[in-house]
Design a protein around this ligand. Structure first.
Ligand SMILES: Nc1ncnc2c1ncn2[C@@H]1O[C@H](COP(=O)(O)OP(=O)(O)OP(=O)(O)O)[C@@H](O)[C@H]1O
Ligand SMILES: [Mg+2]
Length: 311
């Protein structure tokens, strides 16, 4: 269980985070979202005992991040924004070292290191010098050091940044596997990644919490209208005009060829009406489908003060 209460951090006169309060239950996978400079890394650094907060508290499984940092370091694995690597060491030596400082016994180190080398697909480079590896491989070594002591909680700051598409898929798969038995907080700017991996999302903007909810909850609470996509064989202005004349329809936006995005009031069950219109007017109905709100829509709505962003 992670409990954050009124957490605030100032860097000199600059306030990076302000009064953050949230909880994360055991076993949850939570996505941390926010634009550049929102305060994600600052919060993660405080949770990982790298930085002290200016005020407020953060507790991990009952231990205070300021008072009991050694206890917390045993139960968390942290992949910071810039992986903490020794550029002159080989991958194997570095991971053995990481296991040692994380308190893995001398006897257990070898198998612990073999396990993370396998999980992070590092076998081919395990004797190479870290500084000469590509960025993506260095990122994998960073992930491996976060997991070497088999912690219950993983805090991952943009874990897939710099990886090639195949590795991104593999690391996401790995995170999904780990999710079955770990509590995970991960930040990412790749919104579909958060949608795929996380049950709950914390969105922060300019150091303050903009939303804490499940993806479904976020979408439902922000949604004031519904969208349907209608595709017909015979498009044209007449179709748009007829759709606009329906009383439940708020707006009709053109989509791809012969496709119309129909925005309507909530719970109007407009599908039947659209089908009837299409048949009566012989438009040649191809498809009617609801368009769901994406995390990207939610994110933009919560972080950009543009009143005309329609969701
Ligand atoms: N060491 C520091 N000294 C001074 N200001 C800092 C320091 N670290 C971060 N900041 C400031 O604190 C704010 C939050 O930064 P932080 O790195 O936590 O944001 P972030 O959400 O992780 O952004 P990004 O998506 O770019 O990684 C920013 O305004 C940043 O300039
Ligand atoms: Mg960051």
């Amino acid at each position: 269980m992670i409990e954050v209460e009124n957490l605030t951090k100032h860097y000199g006169p600059r306030r990076a985070i302000n009064n953050l309060t949230f909880q994360i239950a055991q076993g949850e996978v939570v996505g941390f979202l926010g634009p550049n400079g929102a305060g994600k890394s600052t919060t993660m650094n405080i949770l990982s005992c790298i930085l002290p907060a200016s005020s407020g508290t953060a507790r991990i499984q009952g231990h205070d991040t300021f008072e009991h940092s050694l206890e917390i370091r045993k139960i968390i694995g942290y992949l910071p924004e810039t992986p903490p690597l020794y550029q002159d060491m080989s991958v194997l030596d570095y991971l053995m070292f990481a296991a040692h400082v994380r308190g893995v016994t001398a006897k257990g180190s070898k198998s612990a290191v073999e396990r993370v080398i396998e999980k992070c697909s590092l076998k081919d480079v395990d004797h190479r010098i870290i500084g000469r590896l590509s960025k993506g491989y260095q990122q994998r070594v960073g992930l491996a050091q976060a997991m070497v002591h088999d912690p219950d909680i993983l805090i991952l700051d943009e874990p897939t940044i710099g990886l090639d598409p195949i590795q991104i898929i593999e690391i996401r798969k790995l995170i999904q596997e780990l999710a079955a038995s770990h509590t995970i907080i991960l930040s990412s700017h790749i919104l579909p990644e958060i949608t795929q991996l996380c049950q709950r999302v914390i969105i922060i903007n300019e150091g303050e919490i903009a939303a804490v909810d499940s993806l479904h909850g976020l979408t439902a609470s922000l949604r004031k209208s519904e969208r349907l996509s209608l595709t017909v064989r015979k498009g044209g202005e007449e179709v748009g005009e007829k759709l606009k004349s329906l009383k439940q329809v708020l707006a009709v936006l053109p989509g791809e060829e012969n496709q119309f995005m129909v925005e309507c009031e909530l719970n109007t069950n407009l599908q039947d009406e659209l089908a009837r219109l299409a048949l009566e007017n012989q438009w040649g109905l191809v498809e009617i489908k609801p368009i769901s709100m994406t995390l990207e829509d939610v994110f933009l709505k919560l972080t950009i003060e543009e009143k005309d962003v329609k969701v």
